[in-house]
Design a protein around this ligand. Structure first.
Ligand code: GLC
Ligand code: MG
Length: 248
């Protein structure tokens, strides 16, 4: 057994089955103590909604937390996001022009103010029209020279992010900072905003058994021996995957 970088989504991946999460937390916490394993939470939630979750559920103290779909990285309880990361996202990003463009799209409804940040413009978008609207939006933004990442999740959320921001790039950033190689890094998720962590192909991957269709379909179309689709749900699926890869 040796140390590894464990990076997991929260809602419907780590969180969803309290008993299974308690069991997984205990195993991970022990592993961190004995081997120096790093625990990272990577979520779409804003700082406000993340704080809320920490009040509701007994999460472990993470070594770093990635919030807002890869737009903010907080190290070890620091109140300020990583400045190097913020500087990287600032390049080629013009939020005002993006908002002005989106205003012409009737199907896109702005999410609450708490879920917006300097590097994230988030909307509600119905699944039935999502593909069509995203294609049109992407074309429109491209014509203006605006390069973005469009991330669709949970059959209802659209995040517009800087080209250099998503959960996958944030994973790579922490991996380089801490010096973990591919087979000692594992990413876990259930929905569209987790896809970039698998797509970047820099780690092992665990998809929990309750994963959304958007992620499951992509996984089936892009199989990899480094990615495991668990049969069990939530934290039980994560534990199943960690044992499959013999990390725990
Ligand atoms: C979280 C965020 C929301 C985002 C969604 C998908 O629910 O609060 O802003 O759109 O994750 O990434
Ligand atoms: Mg999730």
């Amino acid at each position: 057994m040796s140390q590894f970088l464990f990076i997991t989504d929260l809602d419907d991946t780590l969180v969803g089955d309290d008993a299974a999460m308690a069991q997984l937390n205990e195993r991970l916490s022990q592993h961190r103590q004995q081997h120096g394993t790093k625990i990272v939470y990577s979520t779409g939630r804003s700082p406000t909604l993340y704080q809320q979750l920490t009040q509701e559920k007994p999460l472990l103290e993470p070594d770093a937390v990635v919030l807002g779909v890869g737009t903010m990285i907080f190290h070890n309880g620091s109140p300020e996001p990583d400045a190097t990361w913020q500087a990287r996202l600032r390049q080629h990003w013009d939020r005002d022009r993006i908002l002005a463009t989106v205003a012409h799209f009737a199907d896109l409804e702005l999410q609450p103010e708490s879920e917006q940040n300097e590097f994230k413009a988030s909307y509600f978008l119905y699944e039935t029209v999502a593909t069509e609207v995203m294609t049109e939006l992407q074309t429109n933004l491209q014509q203006q020279g605006l390069e973005v990442n469009l991330v669709y999740s949970g059959g209802k959320h659209l995040d517009i992010l800087p080209k250099a921001a998503n959960k996958g790039f944030a994973l790579a950033f922490l991996q380089e900072q801490w010096g973990f190689e591919r087979h000692h890094t594992v990413a876990c998720g259930d929905s569209g905003n987790d896809l970039s962590m698998f797509e970047i192909n820099r780690s092992r991957g665990i998809i929990v058994g309750n994963a959304m269709t958007e992620l499951r379909q992509w996984h089936e179309a892009n199989p990899s021996s480094d990615r495991y689709l668990a049969t069990q749900h939530h934290a039980a699926g994560v534990l199943e995957g960690l044992q499959y890869f013999e990390l725990l």
